[in-house]
Design a binder for this molecule. Structure first.
Ligand code: GLN
Length: 483
C-alpha cells in the first residue's frame, strides 16, 4: 500500500492567498504539478501534458496577479478528461477512432476556466467514450489507482480522480453520465460532484448519453468544487439544454454556513441490509448515520423499491442514445480511417470495426437492438416509463427530506481485470450512481473512511434539483463530523 493522502495537499483557497502574498507563484505551482506527473507517469494518467502552454500561461497569470488584474481562478491548475474540446489540442475520448483529431474550438467550460485564468495542464485518460467503470476500456491502456496500484481507479473518469489524489493538478473536470465522476472519486478518496442535469453547458463535450451527460468536478475540498462550479455553470448560447436559472454564489454561501442547521436525511434501508454491498461500506454508512443522529439531525431509513430498476433503465437508455451519438464517427469526418477499403460502405464498416474498442461496439449493438422496431416498446419505451417513475418518486422524497444518502459504490476499488470477463458484473459497480442521472438530480461523493485494506470509501449525498449549494454545505458538515 502506498502512502497517498489527498488530505495533505492544500486547498485552492489557501493557495490563492499565498499567491497574492507572493509566497508562491503560478510558475512554482505548475512546475510542482509537472514534476508529480513525471514521477508518477507509470500510473498512466495523462495522455498529453501541455507543459509549454502551461508554463507560459503561468507566467502570464503571475504578471496579472502582480498587476491586480487576475481572474477568479488565477493559479488553479486543471486537468481535463479526454472528452472536452480544447482548441488546437488533441481530443479523442481515449478511442482509436479519433486518432489524430485536433479540437477546433473550446468547450464552454474550457473557455470559462481560461477566461478566469485557470491553467490547463493536460488531457486525462478515461474509458473509451466514457463507457466503463474501471478505466480499463481505454485505447491507451488502464490507469492505475495510486492508493493500490494493483487496483482500478474506477471509471470512466478514473485518471481524473487519480490526478487529484496525487496532486498532479488541483482539480479535474470529468463527465458523469451514470457515475463516472462519483464512482472514481469514491475509489480514490477525493470529492466528486455531478451537478443537476442542465446546470452546466455541454457544448464541446463529446456526447455519450445526451439525456444523462453532465459535466462534473473532482477536488479535495468542497470550497474548490464550489468555486469551479460557480465559474462553469449557467446559461450558454451554444447549448440550448442549459438551464437559464441564475447561478448562486456557491463559495460565499458555503463560507456563511453556520454549522448548526439541522437537516432531514433519508438513507436507503437496503444499503444497510443488502448482501451485495461490502460489509465495511455498510459499517461506515451505519456509523455516519449514528454520528448524524447524535449531532441532532433527523435521519430515517426508507424503502425505495424502484431503485433496483434504475440500473437496467439506465443501461437501456444510455446505450440507445450512445448508438445514435456515435453514428457520426464514420471514418469520413473525424480521426481514424481504415486503409483497407474498396467502397463507401466498407470504409464505414472497417473504420468503425477497427476504430472502436470492444465495449463501445457492445454498447452500439445493444443500443441499436433496444431501438429496433420489434423491441422498441419492450425495452426503450418501457425504460422511459420506469425513468419517469423513478424521477417522480425521487422528487416526492425531497418533499420530506433535504438529502438522500447511500454508498457511492457497492464495493471499494476492485482489482485490475477482476470484472473484465463479465460486463454485467462491471455494470453492477454503478448500482447506486446511475440513480441520480436517471432522476437528473445533483449528487456528490464524499470520502468518509477506508476499509481494512486502506481503500477509500465514498458516501454519496443526493439532493433535489439545483440544490448544489446545500450539497456543498452538507458535504462539508459530513467531513467535519467525521474528522
Ligand atoms: N459506468 C457507467 C457506464 O459505463 C457510467 C459511465 C459514465 O458516467 N460516463 O455507462
Amino acid at each position: 500500500m502506498k502512502e497517498v493522502s489527498s488530505g495533505s495537499y492544500p486547498r485552492f483557497s489557501d493557495l490563492q492567498s499565498l499567491l497574492h502574498q507572493n509566497k508562491t507563484s503560478c510558475l512554482d505551482r505548475v512546475r510542482h504539478h509537472l514534476s508529480v506527473i513525471k514521477s508518477k507517469s507509470h500510473l498512466n494518467v495523462f495522455l498529453s501534458v501541455y507543459e509549454k502552454d502551461a508554463l507560459k500561461k503561468a507566467e502570464e497569470v503571475d504578471q496579472k496577479i502582480k498587476d491586480g488584474k487576475a481572474g477568479k481562478l488565477a493559479g488553479l491548475v486543471v486537468g481535463l478528461k479526454d472528452v472536452f474540446s480544447y482548441k488546437d489540442h488533441p481530443l479523442q475520448a481515449s478511442s482509436r477512432i479519433l486518432d489524430g483529431f485536433i479540437a477546433q474550438y473550446n468547450a464552454t467550460i474550457v473557455q470559462r476556466l481560461i477566461d478566469e485564468d485557470a491553467i490547463i495542464i493536460g488531457r486525462q485518460n478515461c474509458d473509451e467514450f466514457a463507457m466503463g467503470s474501471s478505466n480499463e476500456n481505454s485505447a491507451f491502456g488502464p490507469t492505475l489507482n495510486a492508493v493500490d496500484e494493483t487496483r482500478v481507479p474506477g471509471g470512466s473518469s478514473g485518471a481524473s480522480a487519480v490526478a487529484v489524489l496525487t496532486d498532479m493538478c488541483q482539480v479535474s473536470i470529468g463527465s458523469d453520465t451514470g457515475g463516472s465522476v462519483r464512482q472514481p472519486a469514491a475509489f480514490c478518496g477525493v470529492l466528486g460532484l455531478k451537478p443537476t442535469y442542465s446546470r452546466v453547458s455541454r457544448y464541446g463535450l463529446i456526447a455519450y448519453g445526451s439525456s444523462f451527460d453532465c459535466v462534473g468536478i473532482f477536488g479535495r475540498s468542497t470550497e474548490d468544487l464550489a468555486l469551479v462550479l460557480e465559474v462553469i455553470a449557467g446559461k450558454d448560447e451554444f447549448d440550448s439544454t442549459v438551464s437559464s436559472k441564475e447561478v448562486p454564489e456557491y463559495t460565499s454561501l458555503l463560507s456563511q454556513t453556520s454549522g448548526d442547521k439541522k437537516y432531514r436525511i433519508a438513507y436507503l434501508n437496503e444499503s444497510i441490509q443488502s448482501d451485495a454491498i461490502q460489509s465495511d461500506i455498510k459499517t461506515t454508512l451505519s456509523s455516519v448515520i449514528s454520528d448524524l443522529t447524535q449531532a441532532g439531525h433527523e435521519v430515517e431509513g426508507i424503502d425505495f423499491p424502484l431503485m433496483e430498476y434504475a440500473l437496467p433503465a439506465y443501461y437501456i437508455l444510455a446505450t440507445a442514445e450512445a448508438s445514435s451519438n456515435l453514428s457520426r464517427f464514420d471514418g469520413v469526418r473525424y480521426g481514424y480511417r481504415s486503409d483497407n477499403t474498396h467502397d463507401l460502405a466498407s470504409l464505414y464498416r472497417k473504420s468503425r470495426a477497427e476504430g472502436f474498442g470492444q465495449e463501445v461496439k457492445r454498447r452500439i449493438l445493444l443500443g441499436t437492438f433496444v431501438l429496433s422496431a420489434s423491441y422498441y416498446d419492450a425495452y426503450y419505451n418501457q425504460a422511459q416509463k420506469v425513468r419517469r417513475m423513478i424521477k417522480e418518486q425521487t422528487k416526492k422524497l425531497f418533499n420530506s427530506f433535504d438529502f438522500l444518502i447511500m454508498p457511492t459504490a457497492p464495493t471499494t476499488a476492485f482489482k485490475l481485470g477482476e470484472h473484465s470477463e463479465d460486463p454485467v458484473e462491471m455494470y453492477l459497480a454503478d448500482l447506486f450512481s446511475v440513480h441520480a442521472n436517471v432522476a437528473g438530480v445533483p449528487a456528490m461523493s464524499v470520502p468518509l473512511g477506508n476499509d481494512p485494506d486502506g481503500l477509500p470509501i465514498g458516501l454519496q449525498v443526493v439532493a433535489n434539483d439545483f440544490e448544489e449549494a446545500s450539497l456543498f454545505q452538507f458535504s462539508k458538515l459530513l467531513m467535519n463530523l467525521r474528522g
